[in-house]
Design a protein around this ligand. Structure first.
Ligand code: A3P
Length: 304
């Protein structure tokens, strides 16, 4: 976006906000052309909810017998290169690369809301994993990320004050937002089709990584055997994909390593903690955002 901050290029499509320059065309192309296979694995998320981390975990689970942990692809590739995002990696380019040539199981991710997924996905038996995160941490993480993106796109443009980012987020005007509606779509679908859709929280993964990883592996159809557990495979995957490990790798910390959004890979690793919002949001902001969350999630069984 030449003119200014990312929010200036948000457009409403099917009830959700897309960044016109980055994701709208791609999302429409996904709706038109993507053909799901029952063996596909699709990670869905709101941006800044732990997508990068969950991509790494899924890739490591599926490929755990293909690679040695000392020469693993995740040590030299960004997780976004191992698990492409449908609307921004694959379907944004012309001609659209043909994912039919990829072997099964194909691993993809998307931020497209559940109600806008192509029928090819919702009617297929493919596995969906949704990762979500406390909205206050999503907001703070996104504010830092967006300003990093903005500083790169246009050095002269002033960065977005937190107050403005907050107002926009609360109004629903964030990429693939309203945040609450995006999360609720997947939450409700996960209650209806629990065998197809696994709903995970960033906070749960942080607090209880061992049992979350086992649940994830089972859902993907790649459960850990007793022997693997005894050999410490679960811990090895968790260590490989930990914030500390991934963010310290050259591919993820070298500012010259840039992904296809034009953002350096390192922008996907900031603090990796639960509750950083406490260091940034005022008491009024917290009260306001908590009230929206309570209203929106009321009666759904979902809370943070
Ligand atoms: P913070 O900005 O709060 O640090 P996404 O991948 O959906 O864009 O989300 C990015 C957020 O996930 C960032 O949060 C980032 O630091 C955090 N993150 C990235 N890799 C992680 C990992 N391996 N473990 C935990 N958090 C991670």
């Amino acid at each position: 976006n030449e003119k200014g901050w990312i929010s200036e290029s948000l457009v409403l499509y099917q009830g959700f906000w897309y960044v016109s320059t980055i994701s709208l065309q791609g999302a429409m192309a996904v709706q038109q052309h993507f053909k799901a296979r029952p063996t596909d694995i699709l990670l869905t998320s709101t941006p800044k909810s732990g997508t990068t981390w969950t991509k790494a975990l899924i890739f490591a689970i599926i490929n755990r017998t293909n690679y040695d942990f000392t020469t693993h692809p995740l040590l030299i590739h960004n997780p976004h290169d191992c698990v492409p995002t449908l609307e921004t990696n694959l379907y944004r380019t012309t001609p659209i690369p043909n994912p039919d040539v990829l072997p099964s199981p194909r691993l993809f991710s998307t931020h497209i809301p559940y109600s806008s997924l192509p029928e090819s996905i919702t009617a297929s038996n493919c596995r969906i994993i949704h990762i979500c995160r406390n909205p206050k941490d999503v907001l703070i993480s996104f504010w830092f990320f967006a300003n990093k993106l903005q500083a790169k796109l246009n050095k002269d443009h002033p960065l977005l004050p937190l107050e403005e980012a907050f107002q926009l987020f609360c109004k629903g005007a964030s990429p693939y937002g309203p945040y609450w509606d995006q999360v609720l779509g997947y939450w409700k679908a996960s209650l209806e089709w629990p065998e197809r859709i696994l709903f995970l929280k960033y906070e749960g993964l942080k607090g209880n990584p061992f049992s979350c990883l086992k649940k994830l592996a089972e859902h993907l159809g790649y459960p850990f055997s007793l022997e693997e557990e005894e050999q410490g495979v679960v811990e090895k995957i968790l260590n490989l994909c930990s914030f500390e490990n991934l963010s310290s790798l050259d591919v993820n910390k070298n500012p010259e390593k840039v992904g296809n959004l034009g953002v350096e890979n390192s922008a996907f690793y900031r603090k990796g903690q639960v509750g950083d919002w406490e260091n940034h949001l005022t008491a009024e902001m917290v009260e306001h955002i908590d009230r929206i969350t309570e209203q929106k999630f009321h009666g759904s069984g979902l809370s943070f």
